[in-house]
Every structure is written in structure tokens, then in C-alpha cells.
Design a binder for this molecule. Structure first.
Ligand SMILES: Cc1cc2nc3c(=O)[nH]c(=O)nc-3n(C[C@H](O)[C@H](O)[C@H](O)COP(=O)(O)OP(=O)(O)OC[C@H]3O[C@@H](n4cnc5c(N)ncnc54)[C@H](O)[C@@H]3O)c2cc1C
Length: 388
């Protein structure tokens, strides 16, 4: 295998190695016993393994220490996401949830009360939230597509409208929902504000799951005269668009790192299989057609990793990173799908079997060219910068 240390310190390499071993020794044995399309680890296994991640000082790696996390910097957390995703559920449920779930946006904008009520229990693993931007009218251009409105009354804000394709809504104790707080016409850029709405609030309902290509189905959320107290506003009135763009821009980097991790794993599976599988009297690895697939995959992964690490370093060093984040998300999601596709091809029928994780990664990766901004939107963001 080619060598490149990507400028990582010895400490970061040891850290990567620790996470790699944890996935191999602790995550994979649990996952092997589950249904191939399972979307969660059994609760008792999560609790058992959380004891270990806590003892390692690695529980909630991205959360600040004062909130009970490990306080990893952004770059180290990107490396973490790449390694911890290298298993069947890894794209959807990195590490099986045993390192905790992604840190809630309340961390960045929440009041002390909101942090106490929602953020800390999320970090402790006692509850989880979901994040709702997309509406039936569209997700690529939320500034214009958001039609759900919040109207101010003496008792608080009254929400009406709906959200769609919302992941984890069934498990979430609350949703951070982005709505319009102005009276402007539909289809125009409006004043967007974020609210925290608890499950069970009168007027807030969650639909049945919407079946999609990946095992975990998202949900529709409906708000009908749903009264939300002023104290549930996250950030300032009209600050929602800034909040959602800064969160999405930042979150695309670990999202891209997960794609790189899966692509690397798929390549290694393809290399190993090509050496043991024989056709026409020779191992597949002796065929140039196969060698070229492996070479293209290695090349693309290497390039994607450099782009992702560059974006993560820019973010960690407080440099501008919007274009870098779009490049990382765009490239890593497309490369990973290509690499997994080639790995399936090299495995033949086995590649499509549920005995291996490849077919599941393929389906999950297909959603990644649309989720967190479709590829076309990222190309638009990059080209706007080039042409400006
Ligand atoms: C499984 C799944 C889980 C999801 N989870 C969540 C969630 O938790 N929370 C949430 O808020 N949303 C979630 N989403 C929604 C997701 O973010 C949106 O699907 C995505 O932003 C695209 O929006 P859209 O589907 O409305 O497509 P549209 O905005 O209607 O776009 C359709 C297509 O048009 C093309 N396109 C759009 N704009 C341009 C352009 N400027 N130039 C060229 N082509 C363009 C792209 O190919 C795009 O795929 C999820 C979606 C899925 C499928």
C-alpha cells in the first residue's frame, strides 16, 4: 500500500490506531450478531461499550470537556469520524452510538437554561434531538423554500407548516426546527428563526416512517397551531439562516470524513478478495482490469482524504472554510460511491449479498450525494466563488 502520513503527528497516529482497534475489537463483534439492516445497537450493548469509551476518555469526543465530552479539536474529530465509521452501520450510526451521538447545535447558540435542559442530557446519552430544515417545497434552497411560519402571540410563538425527510425524529425528545418569522410572500427569502420543540407538544405530530433506499427511514413533522414559549427560541429572532449555514458548513467535513473511511474499508476488502478469488485459472488480482479499478480507487481516496483534511485544518485553525467544506463533501461522497461500486464489481455476486456490508454502504452512500446539500449545489457554491 502507498504511504502518506498526511502530516499527522505521532500522537494523532496513535489516536487513529486506538479508534481503529476499538472498532475491530468491540464494534464489529456486536454488529456481526445483528440483522444486516439493523439501524441501532441493542441498548445493553451500547451501555456496556459506553463504559469503555468513558474509561478511555473518548466518550462524546467533539463535546467540550465542561459538558462532559472529550474536547477533541476539529481536526482530531475529523480523523475520529473517518475511523469510527468503518463498519456496516458506520455511515448512518458511526460507532454504533457508543461514543455518543453528534453534538447538538444548542451548544453553539443555546441559553444556559437550554444547555442545562437539552444539551447536557444529550451529551450524557439520556436523550437525543433531531434537526429540521427541509420542507416538501424543497431542501436545496432553504432560504426560499421554508414555508413553515411562526407567528408571535402574547403566549409565545405559534407554528404552522410541515417538514419532511427528518432523520431520527422518532427517537428525538425534541427538534430544532427552522421556520419563517416574517410575513413575506411564499418563495422569497424570509426571516428564518430556530425553535426547540419538544415531542409531545400539542400541535406537533410525527408521521409514520417514509421508506427510502437506506434502512433508516426519515419522517414528516407537522405543526398545527403548535404553541412554543419564547424561551424555546434558539439564538436570536432572524438568526436561523446564519445558524443553519454555519452548522451545515461545519458538519459536512466529518460527514465527508465518514465517506473516506468507508471508501478505504471497501478498497481494502476489494484488494483482499481479488487475491483469493480465482477465475480462468488466475487470481482476479492478476488481471489488469481489476488492477486498474484498485488503482483508481486508491488514487481517488487519497485525493479525497487530502481535500477533507485540508477543510478540517482550515476549520480547526479558524480560517475561511466554506468552499473547502463544499469541496470535501462533494468529492468524498462521490468518490466513496465510486469506490464501493468498484468493490461490489470485484466481489461479483458476493458484493451484492447481505453477508458483506458493501451493498448497504452503496445504498447509504447514494443518499449522501443528496443529503447535506446535493452535489450540484456544492458545484454551484464552488463555481460562484470562482466566478465572483
Ligand atoms: C434519507 C434522508 C435523510 C434526510 N434527513 C434530513 C434531516 O434530518 N433534516 C433535514 O432538514 N433534511 C433532511 N433530508 C433532506 C435533504 O437535506 C434534502 O433532500 C436535500 O437538501 C435536497 O433537497 P430536496 O430533496 O428538496 O431536493 P431539491 O431541493 O428539490 O433539489 C432536487 C435536485 O435538484 C438539483 N438541484 C437543486 N438545486 C440545484 C442547482 N442550483 N443547480 C443544479 N441542480 C440543482 C439537485 O440534483 C437536487 O438533488 C434528508 C433526506 C434524505 C433522503
Amino acid at each position: 500500500m502507498y504511504r502518506n502520513d498526511y502530516g499527522l503527528s505521532d500522537e494523532l497516529k496513535m489516536f487513529q490506531d486506538t479508534i481503529r482497534k476499538f472498532v475491530k475489537n468491540e464494534i464489529l463483534p456486536v454488529e456481526h450478531k445483528l440483522d444486516p439492516d439493523a439501524i441501532e445497537f441493542p441498548k445493553e450493548e451500547i451501555e456496556r461499550l459506553r463504559e469503555k469509551t468513558r474509561a478511555m476518555g473518548m466518550y462524546q469526543p467533539a463535546a467540550p470537556v465542561e459538558f462532559g465530552g472529550a474536547g477533541l479539536d476539529f481536526f482530531a474529530n475529523t480523523l475520529f469520524m473517518e475511523e469510527v465509521s468503518k463498519h456496516r452501520q458506520g455511515l448512518y450510526n458511526a460507532g454504533g452510538g457508543v461514543f455518543g451521538y453528534a453534538v447538538n447545535p444548542i451548544l453553539y447558540m443555546g441559553t444556559e437554561e437550554q444547555k442545562e435542559k437539552y444539551l447536557k442530557p444529550c451529551i450524557r446519552g439520556e436523550m437525543r434531538g433531531c434537526f429540521a430544515i427541509t420542507e416538501p417545497s424543497g431542501g436545496s434552497d432553504p432560504a426560499r423554500a421554508i414555508r413553515t411560519r411562526a407567528r408571535k402571540t402574547d403566549r409565545g410563538w405559534v407554528l404552522n407548516g410541515s417538514k419532511t425527510w427528518i432523520s431520527f425524529a422518532n427517537q428525538a425528545k425534541f427538534v430544532t426546527v427552522f421556520v419563517r418569522t416574517d410575513d413575506g410572500p411564499i418563495g422569497t427569502r424570509g426571516e428564518i428563526t430556530c425553535f426547540i420543540v419538544e415531542s409531545g407538544t400539542p400541535g406537533y405530530t410525527i408521521s409514520s416512517p417514509i421508506p427510502v433506499i437506506r434502512p433508516e427511514a426519515p419522517y414528516e413533522l407537522i405543526f398545527e397551531d403548535c404553541l412554543v414559549p419564547e424561551a424555546q427560541m434558539l439564538g436570536r429572532q432572524g438568526g436561523g439562516f446564519e445558524l443553519l449555514t454555519s452548522l451545515l458548513t461545519q458538519n459536512r467535513i466529518p460527514y465527508a470524513a465518514q465517506c473516506v473511511g468507508i471508501a478505504q474499508e471497501a478498497l481494502e476488502m476489494a484488494i483482499a478478495y481479488s487475491k483469493i478469488r480465482e477465475t480462468f485459472g488466475k487470481p482476479l488480482s492478476d488481471r489488469q482490469a481489476i488492477q486498474w479499478m484498485l488503482a483508481d480507487s486508491a488514487l481517488e481516496i487519497h485525493a479525497a482524504r487530502l481535500v477533507v483534511y485540508n477543510a478540517a485544518r482550515c476549520r480547526a485553525e479558524n480560517k475561511p472554510f466554506r468552499i473547502e467544506s463544499s469541496m470535501a463533501k462533494l468529492m468524498a461522497s462521490e468518490v466513496a460511491l465510486n469506490v464501493v461500486d468498484r468493490a461490489i464489481q470485484i466481489h461479483g455476486g458476493m458484493g451484492l449479498s447481505k453477508e458483506l456490508p458493501l451493498e448497504r454502504w452503496y445504498r447509504e452512500l447514494r443518499t449522501r450525494r443528496i443529503g447535506e446539500g446535493p452535489s450540484e449545489v456544492h458545484r454551484m457554491v464552488i463555481s460562484r466563488e470562482l466566478l465572483s
